[in-house]
Design a protein around this ligand. Structure first.
Ligand code: ATP
Ligand code: MG
Length: 229
Protein backbone atom coordinates (compact mmCIF):
# COMPACT_ATOMS: atom_id res chain seq x y z
CA UNK A 1 0.00 0.00 0.00
CA UNK A 2 1.84 3.06 -1.28
CA UNK A 3 -0.48 6.06 -1.23
CA UNK A 4 -0.67 8.24 1.87
CA UNK A 5 -3.43 7.17 4.20
CA UNK A 6 -6.43 9.46 4.20
CA UNK A 7 -8.12 7.86 7.19
CA UNK A 8 -11.48 6.62 5.89
CA UNK A 9 -12.66 3.65 7.95
CA UNK A 10 -15.55 1.48 6.87
CA UNK A 11 -16.78 -1.24 9.18
CA UNK A 12 -19.40 -3.48 7.57
CA UNK A 13 -21.48 -5.92 9.56
CA UNK A 14 -18.71 -7.45 11.61
CA UNK A 15 -19.21 -10.13 14.20
CA UNK A 16 -16.63 -11.55 16.53
CA UNK A 17 -16.56 -14.46 18.97
CA UNK A 18 -13.52 -15.13 21.13
CA UNK A 19 -11.84 -18.49 20.62
CA UNK A 20 -13.32 -21.08 22.92
CA UNK A 21 -16.48 -19.09 23.56
CA UNK A 22 -19.88 -19.68 22.02
CA UNK A 23 -21.20 -16.18 22.72
CA UNK A 24 -20.47 -13.48 20.14
CA UNK A 25 -19.02 -10.31 21.64
CA UNK A 26 -19.73 -8.24 18.51
CA UNK A 27 -22.93 -8.86 16.58
CA UNK A 28 -23.14 -7.17 13.21
CA UNK A 29 -21.43 -3.85 13.87
CA UNK A 30 -21.43 -1.33 11.01
CA UNK A 31 -19.82 2.06 11.30
CA UNK A 32 -18.24 4.47 8.83
CA UNK A 33 -15.77 7.20 9.63
CA UNK A 34 -14.80 9.61 6.89
CA UNK A 35 -11.31 11.08 6.98
CA UNK A 36 -11.19 13.65 9.77
CA UNK A 37 -14.35 12.45 11.54
CA UNK A 38 -14.40 12.46 15.34
CA UNK A 39 -16.55 9.65 16.69
CA UNK A 40 -17.19 8.70 20.30
CA UNK A 41 -18.11 5.15 21.27
CA UNK A 42 -19.92 4.67 24.55
CA UNK A 43 -21.34 1.66 26.29
CA UNK A 44 -21.40 -0.35 29.47
CA UNK A 45 -18.43 -2.35 30.62
CA UNK A 46 -18.07 -5.59 28.68
CA UNK A 47 -20.20 -4.52 25.70
CA UNK A 48 -17.31 -5.03 23.27
CA UNK A 49 -15.72 -1.61 22.77
CA UNK A 50 -12.10 -2.68 23.24
CA UNK A 51 -12.71 -5.80 21.17
CA UNK A 52 -13.77 -3.58 18.26
CA UNK A 53 -10.49 -1.68 18.58
CA UNK A 54 -8.54 -4.94 18.48
CA UNK A 55 -10.23 -5.77 15.18
CA UNK A 56 -9.47 -2.32 13.77
CA UNK A 57 -5.77 -2.81 14.46
CA UNK A 58 -6.00 -6.34 13.05
CA UNK A 59 -4.86 -7.94 16.28
CA UNK A 60 -7.71 -10.35 15.63
CA UNK A 61 -9.87 -10.95 12.56
CA UNK A 62 -13.65 -10.87 12.61
CA UNK A 63 -15.39 -14.15 11.71
CA UNK A 64 -17.94 -12.18 9.72
CA UNK A 65 -17.96 -8.84 7.94
CA UNK A 66 -15.27 -6.59 6.54
CA UNK A 67 -13.25 -3.59 7.61
CA UNK A 68 -11.69 -1.38 4.94
CA UNK A 69 -9.26 1.50 5.29
CA UNK A 70 -9.37 3.97 2.42
CA UNK A 71 -11.22 1.33 0.42
CA UNK A 72 -8.66 -1.43 0.92
CA UNK A 73 -9.66 -4.38 3.10
CA UNK A 74 -7.64 -4.49 6.30
CA UNK A 75 -6.43 -7.98 5.45
CA UNK A 76 -4.60 -6.59 2.39
CA UNK A 77 -2.66 -3.95 4.28
CA UNK A 78 1.02 -4.50 4.91
CA UNK A 79 1.75 -4.69 8.60
CA UNK A 80 4.14 -1.73 8.45
CA UNK A 81 1.70 0.49 6.51
CA UNK A 82 -1.04 -0.36 8.95
CA UNK A 83 1.16 0.57 11.89
CA UNK A 84 2.00 3.84 10.22
CA UNK A 85 -1.66 4.58 9.53
CA UNK A 86 -3.05 3.95 13.01
CA UNK A 87 -2.09 5.14 16.47
CA UNK A 88 -3.70 3.48 19.44
CA UNK A 89 -3.89 4.61 23.03
CA UNK A 90 -5.00 1.32 24.49
CA UNK A 91 -6.87 0.83 27.73
CA UNK A 92 -3.86 -0.88 29.26
CA UNK A 93 -0.74 1.01 28.27
CA UNK A 94 2.29 -1.25 28.15
CA UNK A 95 5.35 0.21 29.86
CA UNK A 96 8.33 -2.12 29.67
CA UNK A 97 11.60 -2.43 31.55
CA UNK A 98 13.83 0.10 29.91
CA UNK A 99 14.75 3.72 29.87
CA UNK A 100 12.25 6.47 29.42
CA UNK A 101 13.78 7.05 25.98
CA UNK A 102 13.35 3.39 25.01
CA UNK A 103 9.76 3.56 26.13
CA UNK A 104 9.12 6.46 23.74
CA UNK A 105 11.36 5.77 20.77
CA UNK A 106 9.23 2.89 19.51
CA UNK A 107 6.57 5.50 18.74
CA UNK A 108 9.02 7.58 16.70
CA UNK A 109 12.25 5.80 15.79
CA UNK A 110 13.83 8.99 14.42
CA UNK A 111 12.64 11.16 17.30
CA UNK A 112 15.17 13.35 19.06
CA UNK A 113 15.75 13.75 22.79
CA UNK A 114 14.39 17.28 22.49
CA UNK A 115 11.12 15.99 21.04
CA UNK A 116 10.82 13.32 23.71
CA UNK A 117 11.37 15.86 26.48
CA UNK A 118 8.94 18.30 24.93
CA UNK A 119 6.20 15.71 24.63
CA UNK A 120 6.75 14.57 28.23
CA UNK A 121 6.30 18.16 29.32
CA UNK A 122 3.13 18.46 27.27
CA UNK A 123 1.56 15.50 29.06
CA UNK A 124 2.75 16.73 32.45
CA UNK A 125 5.41 14.07 33.00
CA UNK A 126 8.43 16.37 33.29
CA UNK A 127 8.98 15.07 36.84
CA UNK A 128 10.05 11.74 35.34
CA UNK A 129 13.01 13.55 33.80
CA UNK A 130 14.43 14.62 37.13
CA UNK A 131 17.82 13.13 37.84
CA UNK A 132 18.73 10.91 34.91
CA UNK A 133 16.52 12.55 32.30
CA UNK A 134 15.58 10.26 29.41
CA UNK A 135 17.90 7.60 30.85
CA UNK A 136 15.60 7.19 33.83
CA UNK A 137 14.90 3.49 34.09
CA UNK A 138 11.26 2.41 34.17
CA UNK A 139 9.87 -0.87 35.37
CA UNK A 140 11.60 -3.53 37.36
CA UNK A 141 14.51 -2.20 39.38
CA UNK A 142 13.72 1.30 38.18
CA UNK A 143 11.26 4.04 38.82
CA UNK A 144 7.81 2.73 39.63
CA UNK A 145 5.14 4.70 37.84
CA UNK A 146 1.54 5.27 38.79
CA UNK A 147 -1.49 4.34 36.69
CA UNK A 148 -1.95 7.94 35.66
CA UNK A 149 1.69 8.28 34.63
CA UNK A 150 1.45 5.06 32.64
CA UNK A 151 -1.59 6.40 30.81
CA UNK A 152 0.18 9.64 30.00
CA UNK A 153 3.14 7.71 28.59
CA UNK A 154 0.59 6.14 26.24
CA UNK A 155 -0.60 9.59 25.23
CA UNK A 156 2.98 10.85 24.78
CA UNK A 157 3.58 7.92 22.40
CA UNK A 158 0.44 8.80 20.44
CA UNK A 159 1.58 12.40 20.10
CA UNK A 160 4.95 11.22 18.83
CA UNK A 161 3.56 8.63 16.43
CA UNK A 162 1.32 11.17 14.71
CA UNK A 163 -0.65 8.86 12.40
CA UNK A 164 -3.73 9.92 10.40
CA UNK A 165 -5.98 7.63 12.45
CA UNK A 166 -6.14 7.88 16.23
CA UNK A 167 -7.93 5.21 18.26
CA UNK A 168 -8.26 5.93 21.96
CA UNK A 169 -9.61 3.56 24.59
CA UNK A 170 -10.48 5.56 27.71
CA UNK A 171 -7.34 7.69 27.43
CA UNK A 172 -8.06 9.73 30.55
CA UNK A 173 -9.42 7.00 32.80
CA UNK A 174 -8.08 7.40 36.32
CA UNK A 175 -6.78 10.94 35.81
CA UNK A 176 -8.04 13.77 37.98
CA UNK A 177 -10.39 16.35 36.48
CA UNK A 178 -7.79 19.01 35.83
CA UNK A 179 -5.30 16.64 34.23
CA UNK A 180 -8.10 15.11 32.18
CA UNK A 181 -9.06 18.52 30.83
CA UNK A 182 -5.46 19.33 29.96
CA UNK A 183 -4.95 16.01 28.21
CA UNK A 184 -8.24 16.28 26.31
CA UNK A 185 -7.34 19.78 25.10
CA UNK A 186 -3.95 18.49 23.99
CA UNK A 187 -5.47 15.53 22.16
CA UNK A 188 -8.09 17.68 20.49
CA UNK A 189 -5.43 20.00 19.14
CA UNK A 190 -3.27 17.08 18.03
CA UNK A 191 -6.19 15.28 16.38
CA UNK A 192 -7.64 18.26 14.56
CA UNK A 193 -7.22 16.77 11.07
CA UNK A 194 -7.16 13.13 12.07
CA UNK A 195 -9.81 10.44 12.03
CA UNK A 196 -10.62 9.74 15.67
CA UNK A 197 -12.45 6.92 17.39
CA UNK A 198 -12.72 7.72 21.06
CA UNK A 199 -13.96 5.13 23.53
CA UNK A 200 -15.14 6.61 26.79
CA UNK A 201 -17.33 6.09 29.82
CA UNK A 202 -17.25 9.77 30.61
CA UNK A 203 -19.74 12.22 29.21
CA UNK A 204 -17.10 14.95 28.93
CA UNK A 205 -16.34 16.70 25.66
CA UNK A 206 -18.93 14.80 23.64
CA UNK A 207 -20.45 17.93 22.16
CA UNK A 208 -17.22 18.35 20.20
CA UNK A 209 -17.61 15.00 18.46
CA UNK A 210 -19.15 14.70 14.98
CA UNK A 211 -20.93 11.53 15.90
CA UNK A 212 -21.71 9.45 18.97
CA UNK A 213 -22.41 5.71 18.99
CA UNK A 214 -23.98 3.88 21.88
CA UNK A 215 -23.13 0.20 22.14
CA UNK A 216 -24.88 -2.48 24.12
CA UNK A 217 -24.06 -6.18 24.21
CA UNK A 218 -22.12 -6.15 20.97
CA UNK A 219 -24.50 -3.99 18.97
CA UNK A 220 -24.74 -0.31 18.13
CA UNK A 221 -28.10 0.59 19.58
CA UNK A 222 -28.19 4.32 18.94
CA UNK A 223 -26.17 6.86 17.05
CA UNK A 224 -26.30 10.49 16.09
CA UNK A 225 -25.05 13.90 17.03
CA UNK A 226 -24.71 14.96 20.63
CA UNK A 227 -27.90 17.05 20.62
CA UNK A 228 -29.91 14.28 18.96
CA UNK A 229 -29.24 11.68 21.65
P1 ATP B 1 -14.78 -2.03 29.39
O1 ATP B 1 -15.63 -0.79 29.28
O2 ATP B 1 -14.87 -2.65 30.73
O3 ATP B 1 -13.39 -1.81 28.94
P2 ATP B 1 -15.38 -3.25 26.81
O4 ATP B 1 -16.64 -2.72 26.24
O5 ATP B 1 -14.10 -2.72 26.32
O6 ATP B 1 -15.46 -3.12 28.41
P3 ATP B 1 -14.36 -5.80 25.90
O7 ATP B 1 -13.06 -5.72 26.58
O8 ATP B 1 -14.40 -5.61 24.44
O9 ATP B 1 -15.42 -4.83 26.60
O10 ATP B 1 -14.98 -7.22 26.26
C1 ATP B 1 -16.22 -7.67 25.72
C2 ATP B 1 -16.48 -9.08 26.21
O11 ATP B 1 -15.50 -9.96 25.70
C3 ATP B 1 -16.45 -9.21 27.73
O12 ATP B 1 -17.47 -10.10 28.11
C4 ATP B 1 -15.09 -9.82 27.98
O13 ATP B 1 -15.11 -10.61 29.14
C5 ATP B 1 -14.86 -10.65 26.76
N1 ATP B 1 -13.43 -10.74 26.43
C6 ATP B 1 -12.57 -9.71 26.31
N2 ATP B 1 -11.33 -10.14 25.98
C7 ATP B 1 -11.41 -11.49 25.89
C8 ATP B 1 -10.48 -12.51 25.57
N3 ATP B 1 -9.20 -12.23 25.27
N4 ATP B 1 -10.93 -13.79 25.58
C9 ATP B 1 -12.21 -14.07 25.87
N5 ATP B 1 -13.15 -13.16 26.18
C10 ATP B 1 -12.76 -11.88 26.19
MG1 MG C 1 -12.53 -1.86 27.19
Amino acid sequence: HQAATMGNIDIQDISYTYYGSDKPVLKGISLSLKAGDKVALLGRTGCGKSTLLQLLTRNWDPQQGTITLDGTPLAQWHESSLREAITVVSQRVDVFNGSLRENLILAKPNGTDEEFKSVLEQVGLEALLEGKGLDTWLGEGGRQISGGERRRIGIARALLHDAPILLMDEPTEGLDRRTEQQIMALLQKHAKDKTVLFITHRLVGLEQMDHICLMDEGEITEQGKHDEL
